[in-house]
Ligand binder design. Structure first.
Ligand code: SF4
Length: 62
């Protein structure tokens, strides 16, 4: 299977300068290990706070 980085970059909303941008498998692994979610789980405004915690995600959904 080919990496879909270029395709993923078309919708990735992460504004943090990061080498994992568009490489969703690495991105989710990184945040999962920290009890977090990738930036694409958050709206653009909240994403820019860089608070990727699950608590923040739940707070936004209430
Ligand atoms: S969501 Fe996290 S791991 Fe993914 S590109 Fe952004 S900063 Fe990097």
């Amino acid at each position: 299977m080919e990496c879909k980085k270029e395709e993923n970059m078309e919708w990735c909303n992460c504004s943090y300068p990061c080498s994992k941008k568009g490489v969703c498998c690495d991105c989710i692994k990184y945040h999962r290990e920290r009890g977090e979610l990738p930036g694409c789980y958050f709206d653009d405004k909240t994403e820019k706070t860089y608070d990727r915690s699950i608590e923040n995600f739940i707070r936004l959904r209430k």
